[in-house]
Design a binder for this molecule. Structure first.
Ligand code: F3S
Length: 117
């Protein structure tokens, strides 16, 4: 069964070429990673992270990534007012990623892309 948000939103997978198309527009105030693309909270949240990239405008807060990550890379962050979900999985410790790709494989809406170093 799909998450109820899926029926209401037209969602595309994260754009794998986003680094060629988008600019870094902010740094996350707490975790320090880069934020790419349009960042205009609460409606537009952009792509969070560079090595572990999470498209916050696609993320529905499913949590599979948080559960499956063996390195505890992710932290929940609240964004009241976002149309897809009010909680997002922030790649708070993307430097710890071991590139197992479990999060990328398990996210039901393909909101995550890992960029191996
Ligand atoms: Fe979001 Fe996908 Fe994780 S929907 S919380 S990035 S599994």
């Amino acid at each position: 069964m799909h998450h109820p948000a899926l029926g209401r939103l037209i969602q595309m997978p994260i754009d794998e070429d986003f680094k060629e198309k988008l600019q870094i527009v902010a740094k996350h105030p707490e975790y320090g990673y880069d934020i790419w693309g349009e960042y205009n909270p609460p409606e537009k949240l952009g792509i969070h992270g560079s090595r572990v990239a999470v498209d916050f405008d696609i993320c529905i807060g499913d949590g599979a990534c948080v559960d499956v990550c063996p390195e505890e890379v992710f932290e929940w962050v609240e964004y009241e007012g976002h149309p897809a979900s009010t909680k997002k999985a922030a790649p708070a410790r993307e430097a710890d990623c071991i590139e197992c790709l479990a999060c990328e494989d398990d996210c039901p809406v393909v909101a995550i892309k890992i960029y191996p170093e």
